[in-house]
Write a protein that binds this ligand. Structure first.
Ligand code: 13P
Ligand code: ZN
Length: 264
């Protein structure tokens, strides 16, 4: 007999990725209160018996028939880290690519549902190996958005990622940037999907960070690299230094040595 869907959900190894990632976000203080959310797309068993479908805020043809794990709206990272079954929901994206249906776990998807859906739809086409999306609120990166001139992908990538020797190796394309938008809006979601097609990380002005990876842990690795650079920046500024950063020729040399220059 087929495994019931709740057992498929509760026993899925990806819940461990949610558990450890949420714990880490809480431990780092990045996801204050109910800040931040996470999702992973996955294949579902053939024989699911879904209930009532509701309309998605956008069309996601690339996700038709797939499964989506989403953290619940208002859930706290520190509690997801203790009991992911209670705080993460499993959904089926309808075969029409414009509806979804709850299957197991938490029943109230994150308010950033438009962004998670739009980005997964995009990633399925451009980086299918990136199955995980994390959004969180790291302090040093939000603070950067208040510095005059730090208001574009290029200004932030060139200034901040060039403060540590290996940062650009992790993020050769740099990071994306989106001007302040209404949290949870479709517009934020669509702009994010566009920016994420070129970047693994996108900074939401005055709001927080968005990352993709092959796993939630991988997305957080990249976020940590970027946040570390921002911490170096703030430490230097506190010492009265506005850093020049590593010379571009040295960044290029490093990327060349590791075969990553094509992504610069
Ligand atoms: P949710 O609790 O609905 O996921 O919202 C948190 C958040 O950070 C919105 O941007
Ligand atoms: Zn947020």
């Amino acid at each position: 007999m087929a495994e019931p869907i709740y057992r498929f959900f509760e026993n899925h190894r990806i819940l461990e990725d949610f558990r450890t990632s949420a714990h880490w976000l809480a431990f780092r203080g990045w996801s204050e209160a109910a800040g931040g959310n996470m999702s992973v797309r996955l294949e579902l068993p053939e024989d699911i018996s879904p209930g009532k479908y509701q309309a998605l805020p956008l069309q996601v043809p690339e996700l038709a028939g797939m499964g989506l794990l989403l953290t619940g709206s208002g859930t706290r990272a520190r509690e997801i880290g203790i009991d992911p079954v209670l705080h993460v929901g499993l959904y089926h994206i309808g075969d029409d690519g414009e509806s979804f249906c709850w299957l197991a776990g938490n029943k109230t998807p994150t308010m950033e549902l438009p962004a998670h859906c739009a980005i997964h739809n995009q990633l399925q086409q451009v980086r299918p190996e990136d199955k995980a999306i994390v959004h969180t609120h790291p302090e040093s990166l939000i603070a950067l958005c208040h510095v005059p001139g730090m208001n574009s992908a290029k200004s932030i990538s060139d200034k901040i990622l060039h403060l540590q020797s290996e940062a650009r190796l992790h993020l050769p394309e740099g990071v994306g940037f989106i001007d302040h938008q209404l949290p949870g809006s479709l517009e934020l979601g669509q702009l994010s999907a566009k920016a994420m097609s070129r970047h693994h990380l996108v900074l939401w002005q005055y709001h927080g960070l968005l990352g993709s990876g092959t796993s939630l842990a991988h997305a957080i690795d990249l976020m940590e690299v970027f946040e570390k650079c921002a911490q170096v920046y703030w430490r230097l500024r506190a010492a009265g230094i506005d850093p020049e950063g590593i010379a571009v020729k040295d960044i290029i040399h490093t990327l060349q040595a590791f075969g990553q220059l094509g992504r610069f």
